[in-house]
Design a protein around this ligand. Sequence first.
Ligand code: DAH
Length: 376
Amino acid sequence: MTRVAPRDANESFHHNEPARAQLGGSLAFSREAAMALAQFLEQLDTLAAEATAAMQAANDNEALEAARVEFLGAKAGRLKAAQKQMGAIDKADKPTAGKQFNQVKQQVQAALEQAQQRLAAASTAQCTTAQFDPTLPGKRIRLGKLHPITQTIEELMDIMGRLGFSVADGPEIEDEWHNFEALNIPLEHPARDPLDNFYLATAEQAAGDDAPQMLLRSQTSTVQIRVMENTPPPVRIISLGRVYRPDTADATHYPMFHQIEGLMVDTRVTLADLKSVLRLFATSYLGSDVHVRFRPSFFPFTEPSVEADFHWDDQWVEFGGAGMVDPNVLRAVGYDPEQVTGFAFGLGVERLCMRRHGITDIREFYKNDVRFLQQF
Ligand code: DAH
């Protein structure tokens, strides 16, 4: 028996020859060498270091596969060879050697996985950059634009701002005081007819008797009152916004449209100031020297009242109402009509925009047809 064992060891030595060479060739399988645990461990260290370095150095999948086969190959891999060589280690040292071997194997496998992830990430990155070819002709993406009415409003604010008017704002849901009473439109006035206004049934009204009757404002003149109630004269404001009237939509009417309201109150403001301001305004907006014509008219909140026409393209075009603020209105907001006077005007924003761009149907603004909207 004692003679057989060395022969067996020898046989296994021969059998493992190639693997031993790969491991570094320094493991000997004689009885003395079989005890050299320290040497085996050292070899494992070297193997781990070389394997990790090879995996890290792999620049493509082929190189990584080659490294995997070299170190982790199931038949002739260097780890497999090391595992086989463990058979020659002294029995007492085997647990230590085995434990270390397993650790190294895990370490090498981890290095392989890391390298695989690294290459996968790199190839995705390469794909996405490769898909962007800066030499291909570009495709134009149409950018969104502001609605023509919004553009008009911004331009009107800009023009009036240069004339010293600041922008004031008011609510679209108004009470009757601001929409009518304070504007010298008494209860029996036909302008308050329910057929001409969007009166609202509010929850507050349903809950109690005292709640004020509310409506969608029918004119931006409401903002004049709100401003004067809160500001002592002098006042120089414009207000731009939506107004609502139950009109049937046609080429020139729409149940919602926009107005620009102007108000200037100071000592000694006259109708001549109004005409000058409107003419500067019309000339700035419509682009050439626009003449302004006043025709006598009536509004409850102005006295005298006028219709303002602009001369444009050899025609007189009606743009809106204007006049000197009625003393009753000044009194309603606590101003003294003996001390201050003022002018006011209210023009349709759609009408201005349509005139400038040659638009013939107000309904176009609110159809949301991009073929129309993208022209502005
Ligand atoms: N609020 C009037 C309307 O909606 C327009 C108007 C006329 C406004 C005369 C004014 C004004 O400020 O003075 O028809």
